[in-house]
Design a binder for this molecule. Structure first.
Ligand SMILES: NC(=O)c1ccc[n+]([C@@H]2O[C@H](COP(=O)([O-])OP(=O)(O)OC[C@H]3O[C@@H](n4cnc5c(N)ncnc54)[C@H](OP(=O)(O)O)[C@@H]3O)[C@@H](O)[C@H]2O)c1
Length: 215
């Protein structure tokens, strides 16, 4: 499907892909770049074939056999509160770098840690709880929203965001940058900060640095 290829392109342009732990548990995503051509281009630039993967958990309930850990050579990062660090290290061993971030994980701290590891471009792929925190904290530069032509008639279905005080309102509207039709899906692209479009992808040296530091 054309929209999967569009997602693949966005993944290939990222340094790190982050999903919440519930998405790891429910969807078991691989979070890899699929296109051989894009993978080769990344490797030629001195970067891992697929971006570094990151997740965040408070419960520590992550299965080491999940595709998140089992697939791909890129480094994997697991952010958690300080109290979960030991248990997660025991459970995950060499599969991932466990990064404790204080009594509770706050997304600005997570971003700062990624920045210190040399990451420039983070793709947050969901789910809603994770997206909500990035959006409510005004940390997002660009929002890509794909609208598919069907309805989900179940109030328990996952939502794009949960309850929060978001920075965007009638007085502060997000800037619509682009609309694109991809098959029967419409892609809406919004600029959510003044930093929109500023982040260049990592240079080869920075990519190697991020890969090394995350190990
Ligand atoms: N349509 C799409 O493009 C798309 C993309 C991704 C996901 N999804 C869907 O979204 C659903 C999951 O979304 P969700 O909102 O329920 O969950 P989520 O955002 O994927 O994950 C939430 C979990 O992440 C951890 N977490 C989040 N913020 C944290 C923090 N500040 N500190 C510590 N841990 C934190 C917690 O893990 P613990 O429970 O381990 O403590 C929390 O339960 C799935 O059904 C999936 O299919 C859809």
């Amino acid at each position: 499907m054309a929209d999967f290829d569009r997602v693949d392109e966005v993944r290939a342009a990222s340094d790190v892909i982050l999903v919440g732990a519930r998405t790891v548990r429910r969807d078991n995503p691989r979070l890899l770049v699929r296109s051989d051509e894009r993978r080769e281009r990344r490797v030629a630039a001195g970067r891992p074939a697929s971006p570094c993967k990151a997740t965040v958990t408070a419960s520590g309930d992550l299965d080491p056999r999940a595709a998140f850990f089992a697939q791909g050579d890129a480094p994997k990062l697991v952010y958690c509160p300080r109290g979960e660090e030991r248990r997660l290290r025991r459970r995950l061993g060499e599969l991932a770098t466990v990064v404790p971030l204080g009594r509770e994980v706050r997304m600005p701290d997570l971003l700062e840690d990624l920045g210190a590891r040399g990451s420039r471009r983070l793709l947050v792929e969901g789910g809603g709880m994770t997206l909500t925190q990035f959006l409510a904290a005004d940390l997002v530069d660009e929002l890509l929203l794909a609208v598919a032509p069907f309805f989900v008639g179940d109030r328990r279905a996952p939502r794009f965001v949960g309850d929060a005080a978001f920075p965007w309102s009638g007085d502060r509207r997000a800037a619509l940058i682009e609309t694109r039709t991809i098959g029967d899906v419409v892609l809406l692209r919004y600029a959510l900060s003044d930093r929109f479009g500023e982040r260049p992808p990592l240079s080869a040296d920075q990519g190697r640095e991020l890969a090394r530091e995350a190990r």
